[in-house]
Ligand binder design. Sequence first.
Ligand SMILES: [Zn+2]
Ligand SMILES: [Zn+2]
Ligand SMILES: [Zn+2]
Length: 159
Amino acid sequence: MRDDDAITRTMLLIHEVPAARELEPAQRTGEVCLWCSTPAAGREMVDLGCVGDGYTPHACASCRRARIRSLRTYFTWANHWELCADCPSGQLCSDGDRLRLAHLDARQMAGKTPPVCAGCKQIISWARRSAPVVFEGMSGVYLTYRHVTDCQRSARRAP
Ligand SMILES: [Zn+2]
Ligand SMILES: [Zn+2]
Ligand SMILES: [Zn+2]
């Protein structure tokens, strides 16, 4: 996956570009970076592709690179979970842990909000063990997270 290939462009549009209604007008028209809101004037901006109806998001090259890195580290981590004999059983291996931290770091560097557990809706701290869960819902694919152990959702159910 190169930075400028069609798969990367599509993945960014699906997973990193919010719906137009969530954005300010200047973000929708590409006058400022979609992600960091820095004005485009005089700077090198990347066209993320027309999303339709006057929505033409642009981003700084550095924001775009950071978002791509966040996506790639998520998929590398999720692929590991599919193939690893240990992680899905709860015995997180050292590779899995390294990939988890690499993704959390990339996500933070991209300026994204901390990940939230799909089970208990709490923010997942770096110290807690967590798993990537690619969720295929009715309206699309979502890259979600879950606590591996001690999720508060199950704790709250306990008497
Ligand atoms: Zn930016
Ligand atoms: Zn593993
Ligand atoms: Zn949880």
